[in-house]
Design a protein around this ligand. Structure first.
Ligand code: Y12
Ligand code: CO
Length: 174
């Protein structure tokens, strides 16, 4: 399955993703294609809406201490619901749909998420650190929210200016 990244300011990123109700081969094929796509593009998290499939599915594969990503650590999270959240942390986030831009975002430090796996089995995951941040970033995508939406008014203005410039430059060098 060929996947294409949807990049800001594409309005498709603003759709609310639909609940997954059928845990069939189509879902498995999409998840199977998302993993190599994310690894090849140096990602650690990817929501289906970012690759033109607005369904409530996301994957996360955090690197180990050596910076290596292992397929056995892959998390496939379908229909997630945050059921507990607490604390506060700030991390410099990036997103495959907002290339070449990183900015500090404030998030909950610990979260508990209920979700389903690719077979539809119900699971609960308690997370903190980078995993908690990644879960919140990816769940935001399912609601049509991007990390840049969390910036202050002034920082967002600066981003829009810088991003337009970068886009022009990318078009010119393509
Ligand atoms: C902490 C913060 C954010 C997340 C969400 C997942 N974010 C990513 O996976 C970001 C990936 C990313 C990869 C890039 O590299 C390439 O595109 C080759 C990148 O670089 C450029 O755009 C040039 C930017 C972001 C989880 C946890
Ligand atoms: Co993202």
């Amino acid at each position: 399955m060929k996947l294409n990244i949807v990049e800001y300011p594409d309005k498709r990123l603003r759709q609310k993703s639909k609940e997954v109700t059928t845990f069939d081969e189509n879902l498995h094929k999409l998840l199977d294609a998302m993993y190599p796509f994310m690894i090849e593009t140096n990602g650690i998290g990817l929501a289906a809406i970012q690759v033109e499939h607005p369904i409530r599915a996301l994957i996360i594969n955090l690197p180990d201490e050596e910076g290596e990503q292992h397929p056995e650590d892959l998390l496939e999270i379908i229909n997630p619901v945050l059921v507990q959240k607490g604390g506060e942390t700030t991390y410099q986030e990036g997103c495959l749909s907002v290339p070449q831009f990183y900015e500090d975002v404030k998030r909950y430090e610990q979260v508990t998420v209920n979700y389903q796996d690719r077979e539809g089995n119900r699971k609960t995951l308690k997370a903190d650190g980078l995993l908690a941040i990644a879960i919140q970033h990816e769940i935001d995508h399912l609601e049509g929210i991007l990390f840049i939406d969390h910036l202050s008014y002034a920082r967002r203005k600066k981003f829009e200016k810088e991003y337009k410039k970068l886009q022009k430059e990318r078009k010119r060098t393509k």
